[in-house]
Write a protein that binds this ligand. Structure first.
Ligand SMILES: Nc1ncnc2c1ncn2[C@@H]1O[C@H](COP(=O)(O)OP(=O)(O)OP(=O)(O)O)[C@@H](O)[C@H]1O
Ligand SMILES: [Mg+2]
Length: 412
C-alpha cells in the first residue's frame, strides 16, 4: 500500500468543516481505497452503489440514512442522482447527526447536480493518481514514465503497466463515457484522444484538430472540454500582460497523467521515452502537474509572445508573481527569454526546474531547483515566501557547470 496520509488528512479536515464532502477524480485513481481508510467497507455506514447489495440497502434512502451517525460514505453516487435532495435534508438537520463523504467519477453533470442540490453544504476534493510526494523522489523516473494511476505505477513490469493503461483507455471510451451519458462514438473519441497526445504541451489549435477529425471547431472544443471535466486533460490558460507585444491567447493542452500520454504516443519503454520527439513536452507536462498538485488551486497560467518568449508557468500566490521554467538540461543558465519574462511580467521569483541533483542560484530572483525536490511536498519549493527562501548549497552560486547531470535520475 502506498501511504496517502496527506490526502486522508485533507479529507478528514474537510469532513470537520463541511457537512458533505465529495471526493471526485478519474476512474481508478484511488477514491474507494481512500474512503475505506476513513470508514471501513463492512461498516453499516458504507454504501457502495456499484454493488447490488449497496443499491438495495439504499432503496429507501431517507429511512436507511436518517438513523446513521458519524461519517457515512456513498461510493459511486453518480448512479443515484436522486440521492442529492435527500442528502440536502439530512445535511440540514440540527443537531447534525452525520456527515457524508460521497465518491464519484468526475462527470461534469454530476458536479452540476451536486453543486445545485447541495449549494453551501458541499466541499469538493479532486483526487488524481499518486503524486511524487506520496511516492518519494526515488520513484521519479518510474512515476514519470508510467504515470500515477495506482495500478499503472505499481505494475510488475513496464509491459504490464502499459497493458493496464491501454485497457483503461479502452474501458473509458467503451463503458465509462456512455455510462456518464456522453454519446460520442468511441472510435471518434479515440482518434481525438490520440491526436491530442501529439499536442501534449502545445497551444490549442481548434481549426487544425477540427480539420483532421472532419468535424466542426465547436465540436472539437466540446470534446476538449469534456476530457478536461473528466480530469484527463489540463487546459493551462494563457496570461496576457498589458504590453506592446503580441501574446498567445489560446490555452496550452496537457495530459494530466504522463503515463496516459505515453501510452497514446506509443511510448512503451524507457528507451522509447528518452528518444521520442515529445520527450521535452512530456517532461514539462509532468513537472507542471506535480507543481500544481503542490500549489493547489492557485491561479496558474502560461505566458508566450508571438516572437518566442515563453514562461511555462506563472503562479499568483499571496499577492506575488512566481514563474516556473522547466528545463531538461544538465545545467540550465539564464536565457534571454527568462530575463524578458522577469521584467515584462514583473516576477518576484523564478524557479527553474531541472533533472539534476543540486540547487543553485542564477540571480537574486532566479534559482535552479532539482525537480526531485517536489517530492518534499512543500509548495515553498516553487512559491517560497520571501522571508523563508531556502539558501542554495554553499559555493553553488556560480557553478552552473558543476551541477550534476541527470544520469542518476533516468535509472529506475
Ligand atoms: N494507496 C494505494 N496503494 C496501493 N494501491 C492502491 C492505492 N490506492 C488505490 N490502489 C489500487 O488502485 C486501484 C484503484 O483503486 P480504487 O478502486 O480505490 O480507485 P477508484 O478511484 O475508486 O476507482 P473506480 O473509479 O474504478 O471505482 C485498485 O486496484 C487499488 O487496489
Ligand atoms: Mg471506486
Amino acid at each position: 500500500m502506498i501511504n496517502r496520509n496527506r490526502l486522508l488528512a485533507t479529507i478528514r479536515a474537510a469532513l470537520r468543516r463541511s457537512r458533505v464532502v465529495a471526493l471526485i477524480g478519474p476512474r481508478q485513481s484511488g477514491k474507494t481505497t481512500a474512503a475505506r481508510q476513513i470508514v471501513a467497507a463492512d461498516s453499516p455506514n458504507y454504501f457502495d452503489l456499484e454493488d447490488p447489495a449497496g443499491l438495495t440497502r439504499l432503496a429507501e434512502p431517507m429511512t436507511a440514512l436518517a438513523p446513521l451517525k458519524g461519517t457515512v460514505v456513498i461510493d459511486e453516487v453518480q448512479r443515484r442522482p436522486d440521492l442529492f435532495p435527500v442528502l440536502r435534508v439530512l445535511a440540514d438537520r440540527r443537531p447534525l447527526r452525520a456527515r457524508f463523504l460521497i465518491l464519484g467519477s468526475a462527470s461534469p453533470e454530476l458536479q452540476r447536480q451536486s453543486a445545485e442540490s447541495l449549494a453551501g453544504r458541499l466541499e469538493t476534493i479532486a483526487l488524481a493518481g499518486f503524486s511524487l510526494e506520496e511516492l518519494g523522489a526515488k520513484a521519479l523516473a518510474r512515476h514519470w514514465r508510467r504515470g500515477g494511476f495506482p495500478p499503472a505505477f505499481l505494475a510488475r513490469s513496464d509491459a504490464d503497466s502499459l497493458r493496464w493503461r491501454q485497457q483503461f483507455v479502452h474501458t473509458f471510451l467503451e463503458r465509462d463515457l456512455p455510462q456518464l451519458g456522453i454519446n460520442v462514438p468511441a472510435t471518434t473519441m479515440l482518434r481525438f484522444w490520440t491526436m491530442l497526445a501529439h499536442y501534449h504541451g502545445n497551444v490549442w489549435n481548434a481549426a487544425e484538430l477540427a480539420r483532421s477529425l472532419g468535424v466542426s471547431e465547436p465540436t472539437v472544443r466540446r470534446y476538449l472540454d469534456l476530457l478536461t471535466g473528466l480530469f484527463i486533460i489540463r487546459q493551462l490558460p494563457p496570461w496576457y500582460e498589458n504590453l506592446k507585444k503580441r501574446q498567445v491567447r489560446s490555452p496550452k493542452i496537457y495530459f494530466r497523467d504522463s503515463g496516459m500520454a505515453h501510452q497514446l504516443l506509443g511510448i512503451r519503454t524507457e528507451h522509447d521515452l528518452l528518444t521520442h520527439p515529445k520527450l521535452g513536452a512530456s517532461w514539462e507536462g509532468y513537472a507542471i502537474e506535480e507543481v500544481l498538485k503542490l500549489t493547489g488551486p492557485s491561479e496558474a497560467y502560461f505566458w508566450a509572445t508571438h516572437t518566442g518568449t515563453e514562461l511555462d508557468l506563472l503562479i499568483f500566490n499571496g499577492g506575488r508573481r512566481y514563474g516556473v521554467e522547466v528545463k531538461r538540461q544538465d545545467a540550465p543558465h539564464i536565457t534571454s527569454s527568462m530575463r524578458t519574462a522577469l521584467s515584462d511580467l514583473r516576477l518576484d521569483y523564478l524557479t527553474v526546474l531541472y533533472p539534476g541533483t543540486r540547487r543553485y542560484s542564477l540571480d537574486e530572483r532566479v534559482t535552479v531547483v532539482p525537480l526531485s525536490e517536489l517530492a518534499e511536498g512543500s509548495p515553498e519549493v516553487v512559491v517560497p515566501h520571501p522571508s523563508r527562501r531556502k539558501r542554495p548549497s554553499r559555493g553553488a552560486n556560480h557553478v552552473q557547470g558543476r551541477a550534476r547531470g541527470n544520469g542518476a535520475l533516468l535509472q529506475k
